[in-house]
Design a protein. Structure first.
Length: 124
């Protein structure tokens, strides 16, 4: 189930794991090819999403929501209007609300994202 027909991303907004369930990020990531995005669980008003990426995501922004990216494996590049940020494994970065950005990776990369449960992943 994709959140938008305009983008070729496999974005699954259903919550895969409820409270008191073990979340096996590696098992989910290993079962999917890029561009895959799955909501793993909800914590209060936020969700933790898994992304398997390779290539470029489109430029977008979230007017009302910050977005946290954490690299599990691979290398992630986050392009901002005024600079580019490179992240390696076990590094994270917050893109503040209202900031135009895109993510990209030359190799298959697995990331975790923490964001408001109501955010539209493809941007506002």
């Amino acid at each position: 189930m994709s959140d938008s027909k305009d983008y070729p991303y496999d974005t699954r907004l259903n919550i895969l794991h409820g409270p008191l369930e073990i979340v096996d990020e590696k098992n989910v990531a290993d079962a999917h090819d890029p561009w895959f995005n799955q909501t793993l669980c909800q914590v209060n008003a936020s969700v933790v999403r898994l992304g398997v990426i390779q290539g470029e995501y489109h430029w977008h922004k979230h007017e009302n929501d910050d977005e946290f990216f954490y690299v599990v494996e691979g290398q992630l590049t986050i392009d901002l209007e005024d600079r580019t940020v490179g992240l390696g494994q076990r590094q994270g970065f917050v893109v503040p609300k209202g900031v135009l950005h895109r993510t990209r990776s030359l190799e298959r990369t697995v990331i975790l994202m923490v964001e408001n449960a109501g955010i539209v992943p493809t941007g506002d």
